[in-house]
Design a binder for this molecule. Structure first.
Ligand code: BV8
Length: 230
């Protein structure tokens, strides 16, 4: 099992206290996706969108990585082969859990983006609509987040990693959002063994060879122990 590629979703951060999207009391139960996670929503009401991310940025600063994040950090440190984490999450719990080879395919709360010149900088805890870009001074700052209808980041590189994976693990994602939900098929095409970690089988559960049902803090820690003991 040389190269391990791991995709994570909101479920890996749930036990740290960050609500997921599609649970009954989740984010999409309180906000309309169209209003807070699309470019059109941002055009329509930039303050609503900026405040939605300000609240999540503040929450992410208050919580801690859980045993699953920490186990993945240890796996990267101690596994003889390559370990690459691709996350749909925008919090920084993987970094704080010790993962360094990390790709935020949907962006990150800690980054701000200039819609005019593409400059990126460390986002202030509280962003305001039309904050000025430190590089070009345009009042065009936006959260550095990939909204629905926008292209996720580094896709060519991510597909390269998926094609080289010997082992592909998907942790805490409902398999509703593409292109991330298509990654397991890509990894299988490359010959990878595939395992899904979730509280229940996801919408794409039938595409995985192996399932580990239960809270990620327990199932991921046990899995990492097994791999490192091989
Ligand atoms: C694109 C922003 C094209 C950041 C997000 C086909 C049909 C219809 C539409 C589409 C289609 N293909 C593509 C689309 C469009 C769309 C899409 O997929 N729509 C879906 C809804 C059908 N996709 C896009 O728009 C993507 N872009 O396709 O661009 C393109 C082409 C050319 C040129 C330009 C563009 C962009 C998608 C990114 C959107 N941004 N987020 C933010 O606000 O956070 S998506 C959002 O959903 C988050 O990023 C989140 O990470 C992601 C996925 O959600 P999950 O992480 O899976 O979270 P969820 O709550 O759903 O599930 C949690 C899971 O954890 C559950 O299964 C639960 O059981 C489990 N769990 C809970 N607790 C635990 C646990 N597991 C283990 N342990 C626990 N303790």
């Amino acid at each position: 099992m040389n190269k391990i590629v791991i995709l994570t979703g909101a479920g890996i951060s749930a036990e740290s206290g960050i609500e997921t999207f599609r649970a009954e009391d989740g984010l999409w139960a309180k906000h309309r996706v169209e209003d807070v996670a699309t470019p059109e929503g941002f055009q329509r009401d930039p303050k609503l969108v900026v405040d939605f991310y300000n609240a999540r940025r503040a929450q992410a600063a208050e919580v801690e990585p859980n045993a699953a994040h920490i186990a993945l950090g240890r796996l990267e440190q101690e596994h003889r082969g390559e370990v690459v984490v691709i996350t749909q999450n925008v919090d920084d719990l993987h970094e704080r859990g010790g993962t360094t080879r990390l790709h935020h395919m949907h962006g990150e709360l800690k980054s701000a983006l200039c819609a005019a010149c593409d400059h990126r900088w460390a986002a202030p805890l509280v962003m305001a609509p039309h904050d000025r870009c430190p590089a070009c001074a345009a009042a065009a700052a936006r959260p550095d987040i990939v909204w629905f209808g926008e292209m996720p980041y580094e896709m060519d590189l991510l597909f390269q990693h998926l094609s080289e994976a010997d082992l592909f693990a998907s942790i805490g994602t409902s398999g509703n959002v593409y292109p991330a939900a298509g990654f397991v098929a890509e990894a299988r095409r490359g010959g990878a063994h595939t395992v899904e970690f979730n509280l229940e089988r996801s919408a794409i559960g039938n595409q995985f060879s192996e399932h580990r049902i239960g809270p990620a803090s327990q199932t991921v820690s046990a899995w990492v122990e097994e791999i490192l003991a091989r």
